[in-house]
Design a binder for this molecule. Structure first.
Ligand code: ZN
Length: 280
């Protein structure tokens, strides 16, 4: 099993599958095709952008935290039949749903809340877990009537909001403690309440970045905004601020990068930071 360590914390990447490959100007409509020439490493062999529905399991001595829950079994129609691999991916890693003590949502987009509930929607999928999410994001989606975001609102209402009535949801904000070694770091822009996680154990630090990054290219090009960024200017500022904190060697977990290379670090080449996956 693939896993990485930050002191006492083990990071195990799991996946709910991948989105169909797309031309990079779909996720990054403001980036001209010519700008991708320097960042071919971030595209596949056909020049397509690929996006993984990646989650992370953080095992600490006292907790097993699942960060994000994938696209799930009920995706918007344009995804076709959703891959819905997360339960199998967890099983392959030897992790049963009832071992998860905490489910942490970096934000409440439909491709992160997919397995919050069971397939029939009647119960939490992780039966013993406390669920943690941003109150700012909760309020945003609860009141959202933006016609461009109806798919997210529908998923929020049917696949996430019922957690409240099950009494397992805790809404948090700012810098909050998840475990002794895991704290939230507000990283707004992609959504108003987007939260990353800072890991610190035995003097070693790591970061789970959620959707601050959607492409390996954004580590070198933090100005590039993904089409799903709710506030692109704030998302850019957040990427730049977070990049300042990312030092070479630090373990970084970035869910949407490809499974098998979405844990890595930054390397500095000619004064510029680049993503370096630990796949070699
Ligand atoms: Zn998102």
């Amino acid at each position: 099993m693939e896993s990485y360590r930050v002191g006492d914390i083990e990071i195990i990447p799991v996946t709910d599958g991948e989105a169909p490959p797309v031309d990079p100007d779909w996720p990054f409509p403001d980036v001209p095709a010519s700008r991708w020439q320097d960042h071919g490493y971030a595209l596949d062999e056909h020049g397509q952008h690929r996006s993984n529905f990646g989650s992370m399991v953080l095992r600490t001595p006292n907790a097993t935290v699942l960060v994000d829950t994938g696209l799930g079994p009920h995706a918007p129609a344009r995804f076709g039949t959703p891959p819905a691999e997360l339960p199998r991916s967890l099983a392959r890693a030897g992790i049963a749903p009832d071992e998860i003590t905490d489910v942490f949502l970096t934000h409440l987009h439909y491709d992160h809340i997919g397995w919050a509930l069971t397939e029939d929607g009647n119960a939490p999928f992780f039966p013993r877990a406390r669920y943690l999410a941003s109150k700012t994001d909760w309020d945003f989606w609860k009141d959202c009537d933006d016609p461009d975001r109806t798919e997210h609102v529908a998923s929020f209402n049917s696949r996430f909001a019922p957690l409240l009535s099950h009494g397992v949801l805790e809404l948090i904000d700012g810098e909050s403690r998840v475990t002794n070694a895991v704290h939230t770091l507000p990283t707004p822009g992609h959504t108003p309440g987007h939260l990353s996680l800072l890991l610190e154990s035995d003097g070693v630090r790591g970061v789970v970045t959620g959707d601050v990054f959607h492409s390996a290219a954004q580590f070198a090009e933090p100005e590039w905004s993904h089409r799903a960024d709710v506030d692109p200017a704030a998302a850019r500022d957040t990427r730049k601020l977070l990049l300042e904190r990312l030092i070479p060697g630090m373990v970084i977990a970035s869910g949407h990068l490809l499974h098998g290379s979405n844990i890595g670090t930054v390397a500095i080449v000619n004064g510029r930071k680049y993503w370096q996956g630990f796949d070699g």
